[in-house]
Design a protein around this ligand. Structure first.
Ligand SMILES: Nc1ncnc2c1ncn2[C@@H]1O[C@H](COP(=O)(O)OP(=O)(O)OP(=O)(O)O)[C@@H](O)[C@H]1O
Length: 927
């Protein structure tokens, strides 16, 4: 159990701390300014966050190891405050001096014994009747508040006789006069100044403890609040009390006023002005001290950075408890006052005194370093268990009045304070990794990345579309232009050709006609040569003209060709553009793929964290259930008892709530993701994931889903491929759970499960691994259909091989497997579907069975007794059983077994076997 306040922490040895009666009187020098063990522990040695940097054994508070259990020692600090004389005392005590004389500069108080003699006491602070509320806060409470902000528990308590100013010191709201504000209000002001609104939280409960009943001052109808103590950490909590989140000072003051009104109403009902109850204000401060904020807030799009710097934020939890105790009158005086009054009032006085005297006793015990601190004697001390003299920084202000008439009370208050000064504290930093908030933040971050990714993808797609469209437009434009130009050229060329041909034809016609006329003329003149030469000249001219025309045509053709070339180069240019656009598209696609990859990584991280959360929830669930069962470790006859506990249906309401949250988480993470983590590269993640799967497999409702999602195959693969024994142990446990179901048993066999389980058993060193493997095989042994296959694949041999371990847990599972197998065999032989002797006997199980038939562990013994009875039911086994010594065991069982049903079964079996009967007769054994 962890060191806690009244409950556990013991002072170190200190010579001056010898007797209860010893005090810090100046004639017994004892330094009250520093801790003799650690002189650095004056309140001044705290830095601004209330953390010590180099105290021996300190936690290294600035970096804060979440699991470190070491503590920082420190003493309960005690201040004494004197109330000024009130009007009545001014008159009644006018002729008398005050019963105390204060020497604040020496931090001393003198308590008058008589006119000439007084006792002197030292305190950490001596506050005169003139001390301002501000000063009182600063010396009494401020260091505690700073400590709370630094992640420690802190307590401020006021103790004193009725009417001496406890409520004045702690609870004044100071609404009309701010200088009058008490410790509660000022403490909250400092707390608000020390927290950041975005990441931190402050919540309060306000209670009163009256006649051993705790009432909620925010909701007085809630008046039976119980105290819950965490057995591990010793932390005290009040789950039934209202816990109100507060965001600003104003709402706190309003709440306090409401609480005060309820307290006042309760006191009025009791017809008294003084508070007869103890009022307790609890302030819970949660501060985030580092984390992934910086990494997450850099929205530079580089999500891999986020993954690399993944570190859960550290949350420091501090609890400030401010206790305004009821008046500390001595019981004899109260009884005297109350003599003749109603019995209730006497009871009440006793009850107040009971809790105060219990507090006193605890303080005495702590101051004396006594081995027993009677913390359980009252609700007050139970409530303050983690807040006083334990892991908390504690400050006590004792209030006294000046009147010599109350010298007795004042003396007893002073002695109380003196003893409290000797109580040592062991401060413990309350830090934990806030996986939930990390997962939440990562979720938000992932959402952002996904949204950004989707946005980018959309704009990339749009861009791609635009570029493609533009390129296509350009191409079709160029193509269109090219086609138009070609067509134009073709038409033009055609027209020109036609024109030229027409012209030539016309000319040719003209020439023909001319020739015909000239021919006629020649014929008439008879001078042909002259005429011919004229015709030739015309023909030459004609040819020259035609040549010109042809040259012109050639030029036109050339121009058209150039135009075509030009268009072709334009087309090539467009194609180039298209290629560039394509490579751009490819680049964009690659970026998209990278993004998707990052997203997947982040999802993996989240799944891993959520699976851790799931595991933590399971652990909590399991612990809660164990606690619910009163911590008794019931040995369950089935499988792994821890896993079996998870199947217990009788969960209480809280358990159901927890289960619901597990189911929700399970839903959120998704089985596939959890299963995929079984193959993670990081061994820790694999171990973690297999634990989660094992826990899930413990729930019958999850088993089918796990098998369907391929979980069984993954678990068997882990047995085959992993070299880690923890993984083997947990995976075998999960397989054992899945093997509770007949369908799964067949699947396990079909996937070579026996081989992997046998292999695991052969390599196992930890008996718990063997227990899980044996448990899994034992379950398979109970399936009638699998008998031959199981034996054929070495299942029985594997079971028998595990007895080497000698560990009773392993032997119990082996025995259970053998009993299951024997039962199936005897059923099969009764039904006539089995011939021949038992496969168990064939595989050599009988000697071990006989050897352990009277094993001292009842669980093993019972299984074996049953196995023997089952084996004996088949006549074909009788000879082997006789020669192996099993008959003797059967006889013993039939006579001595403490379970009647087994005794009867053994008797019936012996009676029905003629071979056994003959042997018994031969040996002259009566049966
Ligand atoms: N330091 C002080 N200066 C001025 N007045 C004071 C001082 N301390 C107490 N008083 C006055 O004395 C009276 C009693 O104080 P208070 O109610 O705080 O006492 P108490 O110890 O809380 O009593 P009870 O145990 O009955 O609740 C009140 O009227 C309060 O204003």
């Amino acid at each position: 159990m962890a060191a806690t306040g009244f409950g556990n922490y013991r002072n170190g040895t200190q010579s001056s701390r010898t007797s209860l009666g010893s005090s810090n009187k100046v004639d017994k020098p004892l330094s009250v300014y520093s801790n003799p063990k650690n002189p650095s522990l004056k309140s001044k040695s705290l830095n601004s966050s209330g953390l010590r940097k180099s105290a021996p054994g300190s936690l290294g508070a600035a970096t804060g190891a979440a699991k470190d259990d070491a503590g920082v020692p420190g003493r309960v600090r005690v201040a004494v405050r004197l109330r000024p004389r009130n009007a009545e005392e001014m008159v009644a005590d006018a002729d008398f001096a005050d019963c105390v004389e204060l020497q604040p500069e020496l931090k001393r108080l003198k308590l008058r014994k008589n006119n000439w003699d007084s006792d002197t006491y030292e305190f950490d602070e001596v506050l005169t009747e003139f001390a301002s509320q501000k000063r009182v806060y600063e010396v009494v409470a401020k260091p505690v508040v700073e400590s709370v902000l630094g992640g420690y528990n802190g307590t401020v308590m006021a103790y004193g006789q009725t009417g001496t100013g406890k409520t004045y010191t702690l609870g004044r709201l100071g609404e009309e006069d701010t200088a009058a504000r008490g410790i509660m209000v000022r403490a909250m002001e400092d707390i608000f100044a020390g927290v950041s609104q975005g990441t931190d939280s402050v919540s309060v409960s306000y209670l009163q403890l009256y006649m051993e009943t705790i009432q909620d001052l925010f909701d007085p109808t809630n008046d039976n609040i119980s105290i819950v103590e965490d057995p591990k950490t010793g932390d005290v909590s009040l789950p039934g009390a209202s816990l109100v989140d507060i965001r600003d000072q104003q709402s706190f003051v309003e709440l306090l006023r409401l609480g005060e009104a309820h307290r006042f109403a309760a006191n009025t009902k009791l017809n008294t002005e003084s508070s007869r109850s103890h009022a307790i204000l609890m302030v819970y401060v949660k501060r985030s001290v580092n984390g992934i904020d910086s990494a997450l807030s850099t929205d530079n799009g580089d999500s891999s950075q986020v993954v690399k710097s993944l570190k859960p934020p550290v949350v420091r939890k501090g609890k400030l408890v401010v206790v305004d105790l009821a008046g500390s009158e001595r019981i004899d005086k109260s009884v005297h006052y109350l003599a003749g009054s109603e019995g209730h009032m006497l009871e009440e006085a006793k009850s107040i005194n009971l809790s105060l005297s219990a507090l006193g006793k605890c303080i005495n015990a702590l101051a004396e370093n006594s081995p027993h601190v009677p913390v359980r004697d009252s609700k007050l001390t139970r409530l303050l268990r983690d807040s006083f003299g334990g892991t908390a920084r504690t400050s006590l202000v004792i209030t006294i009045g000046p009147s010599p008439r109350h010298r007795g009370e004042t003396a007893s208050t002073i002695m109380f304070g003196q003893r409290a000064m000797k109580v040592e504290n062991m401060l413990k930093l309350k830090e934990e990794f806030d996986y939930k908030s990390l997962a939440r933040r990562l979720d938000i971050q992932l959402d952002k990345v996904i949204a950004e990714h989707e946005r980018q993808q959309k704009s990339f797609e749009k861009e791609i579309e635009r570029i493609t469209r533009e390129a296509q437009n350009q191409i079709s434009e160029v193509e269109r232009k090219y086609a138009d130009a070609l067509e134009k050229e073709r038409v033009k060329y055609h027209e020109e050709c036609m024109e030229s041909i027409k012209k030539l034809e016309e000319k040719w016609m003209k020439n023909q006609q001319k020739h015909a006329i000239d021919g006629n003329k020649v014929g008439l003149k008879g001078d042909g040569s002259d005429v011919t030469s004229k015709g030739e000249v015309a023909a030459v001219k004609e040819v020259a003209e035609l040549k010109k025309l042809l040259q012109k045509e050639a030029l036109l053709m050339k121009a058209a060709q150039e135009e075509v070339d030009n268009l072709k180069s334009q087309l090539a240019q467009s194609k180039k553009l298209e290629a560039t656009a394509n490579s751009e598209i490819l680049k964009l696609r690659k970026m998209l793929e990278d993004e998707a990859c990052q997203k997947q990584k982040l999802e993996g991280e989240i799944a891993m964290l959520q699976s851790r959360l799931l595991q933590i929830s399971f652990d909590t669930d399991e612990t809660r259930k164990r606690l619910d069962k009163g911590g008794s470790e019931k040995i369950l006859s089935g499988l792994d008892s821890q896993m079996s506990q998870l199947r217990q249906p009788q969960l209480n309401a809280a358990g159901n709530g927890e289960k619901a949250s597990i189911a929700k988480l399970f839903e959120q993470v998704g089985l596939h993701k959890i299963l995929s983590l079984l193959e993670a590269e990081d061994a820790d993640v694999r171990i973690h994931a297999v634990k989660v799967v094992a826990n899930l497999a413990a729930e019958e409702t999850n088993q089918e889903k796990i098998v369907e999602a391929g979980g069984l195959t993954s678990l068997l693969t882990l047995l085959k491929s992993s070299g880690d024994e923890t993984i083997h142990r947990v995976a075998a446990g999960a397989i054992a759970n899945l093997a509770m179901n007949e369908k799964n048993q067949e699947l396990i066999m079909a996937q070579g499960g026996i081989r992997f389980l046998s292999m695991t058993a052969a390599n196992a060193e930890d008996p718990q691994t063997l227990r899980m493997v044996a448990g899994a095989i034992a379950n398979l042994c109970g399936n009638d259909k699998l008998q031959t296959k199981l034996r054929g694949e070495g299942g029985i041999k594997a079971l028998l091989g595990m007895v080497k371990s000698r560990h009773p847990d392993v032997l119990a599972q082996v025995a259970r497997g053998i009993a299951n197998f024997a039962k199936c065999e005897s059923r099969a032989s009764t039904q006539g579907s089995k011939n021949g002797r038992s496969l168990l006997i064939e595989d050599g199980a009988l000697p071990w069975i006989v050897q352990n038939a009277n094993n001292e562990t009842s669980q093993i013994r019972r299984h074996i007794e049953l196995a023997l009875c089952h084996l004996a039911q088949h006549e074909l086994n009788a000879r082997d059983m006789i020669s192996g010594g099993a008959l003797w065991e059967l006889v013993r069982i039939s006579r001595d077994c403490s379970r009647e049903d087994i005794r009867t079964l053994a008797n019936r079996t012996l009676a029905s076997s003629s071979i056994f009967q003959a042997e018994l007769r031969r040996l002259r054994i009566e049966h």
